[in-house]
Write a protein that binds this ligand. Structure first.
Ligand SMILES: CC(C)(COP(=O)(O)OP(=O)(O)OC[C@H]1O[C@@H](n2cnc3c(N)ncnc32)[C@H](O)[C@@H]1OP(=O)(O)O)[C@@H](O)C(=O)NCCC(=O)NCCS
Length: 410
């Protein structure tokens, strides 16, 4: 079944179908309505006319692939974020989903992306094609009474973020998320350069010389039925006392609202700075994040290795979820670490001196190469992760780090 690129001429048809599926309100006649795909994404789809009884001018299925970069193991990798995957109601139940998602995976590979990421409405459907749940969006409800007694932090002051200082916030975000796994780099054109607008506000935390040490961003909202009057998008500080200074600033909102919703990363260091025990998970469903390895060698090469780690292993990745050659996840690779860098190449002889072999199925590879998990974690999920003991110790050390976190939904 032919899958083709969708172009500006297809945009209104695709957007009408996707907003119909996801409950958006797209009115192409409105002056503000977008008329074309973002230059930061590739859109592909299937014409209904290619299907039995399908009408001309109807798109039977479509999806957008975002061109993002994400932080991974101290480096950056190109990531294809799958958004707006939809099958026309007239063509559901005929197997188009698998055709389209397989084409998405192949296209990510053709575009040089090392991993793909998505927010599934139905994880089991994506799991069949090698996507693995690696994170979930998390928010805490924090009572402001917990934050009111935080003492002032010396040598720190707060300044409002303006259009002029927004680049400094973005720079801080890059630096403070550089050692995370999975955080989007937030680059144009998918992320605009200026202030986000729509009530978004932020403060930078500085020292006396004007050097930035953290920031807090939020949107004030009318209190929801749970009594939450402030959505805190990000609270990122360089040190624990920087995070305390930002939490103290949050406490100042206690005269107008009792609770804030604080979006956090997986095992966010802010949890260690919260002075009270009253925080609880937000009652809204936490969206799942799934990722899939597209190019095993590129995913590994992008990372930094621990400085002291040295050695080589054979890594075999098995992937029966997409046709062979559609992407570069499967194969046998030689993976070495030396002086903080990683070499990873398809195996082509010369395998003397290896610590041993690690064998992963695509699910285990998609889980483990995002970092922060061990081979034992993969086995606990009943994924295939078999290894010679020394090779397992090596790969676990190579991939150690924080569990993945993603703070941008798409
Ligand atoms: C979800 C959706 C993409 C599935 O597309 P489709 O072409 O109808 O799916 P297929 O016919 O290829 O079916 C693939 C499998 O998914 C299953 N499936 C399809 N829709 C499902 C649903 N709503 N719930 C559970 N399983 C579903 C099918 O039973 C099939 O499984 P099987 O192979 O074991 O029979 C389509 O229903 C749709 O566009 N829904 C609205 C938008 C949406 O949810 N997009 C996904 C966003 S992440």
């Amino acid at each position: 079944m032919p899958v083709r690129d969708l172009t500006a001429q297809d945009f209104v048809t695709y957007k009408t179908m996707s907003s119909g599926a996801f409950g958006g309100s797209y009115d192409p006649s409105s002056a503000a309505a977008p008329q074309d795909f973002s230059p930061g994404e590739t859109a592909i789809g299937i014409d209904a006319s290619a299907l039995p009884g399908g009408l001309d001018g109807v798109i039977a299925a479509g999806a957008r692939i975002r061109h993002d970069q994400i932080a991974l193991g101290g480096g950056l990798v190109r990531c294809g974020g799958v958004a707006g995957l939809v099958v026309h109601p007239a063509h559901r139940g005929d197997g188009l989903f698998g055709t389209l998602l397989t084409a998405v995976i192949a296209r990510c590979a053709a575009e040089g992306m090392a991993v793909s990421m998505l927010y599934p409405s139905h994880p089991a459907l994506y799991r069949r094609y090698g996507y693995q749940v690696v994170a979930r969006g998390q928010s805490l409800i924090v009572p402001l009474v917990d934050l009111q007694r935080i003492p002032a932090v010396p040598h720190r002051r707060l300044v409002p973020v303006t259009a002029d200082s927004m680049p400094r916030l973005r720079d801080l975000y890059h630096r403070l998320s550089a050692d995370d796994n999975g955080m989007l780099r937030r680059e144009p054109p998918l992320f605009a350069d200026g202030l986000p607008g729509a009530g978004w506000s932020a403060l930078l935390l500085q020292d006396e010389s004007g050097t930035d040490h953290g920031y807090l961003s939020w949107t004030r909202r009318r209190e929801d039925p749970h009594g939450v009057g402030l959505d805190v998008h990000e609270l990122l500080g360089r040190t624990r006392s920087d995070r305390l200074a930002l939490l103290r600033s949050l406490g100042s909102w206690s005269t107008v609202t009792e609770l804030v919703r604080l979006r956090v990363r997986t095992e966010d260091p802010v949890l260690d700075a919260l002075p009270g025990a009253g925080a609880r998970p937000s009652p809204e469903p936490a969206p799942l994040v799934m990722t899939r390895v597209i190019d095993t060698a590129a995913t590994l090469r992008a990372r930094r290795a621990p400085e002291q780690l040295a050695g080589s292993i054979r890594l075999v990745v098995e992937d029966s979820t997409v046709p062979e050659g559609d992407c570069r996840a499967a194969g046998s690779f030689l993976v070495s670490a030396h002086s903080g860098t990683i070499a990873a190449e398809p195996e082509g002889g010369g395998s003397a001196g290896l610590l041993g072999t690690v064998r992963l199925d695509i699910h285990a590879a998609s889980l483990l190469l995002m970092g922060g998990r061990s081979l034992a974690d993969a086995r606990r999920l009943d994924l295939t992760a078999a290894a010679d003991p020394a090779a397992e110790t090596f790969l676990d050390a190579l991939l150690a780090g924080p569990r993945p976190s993603v703070m941008d939904a798409f």
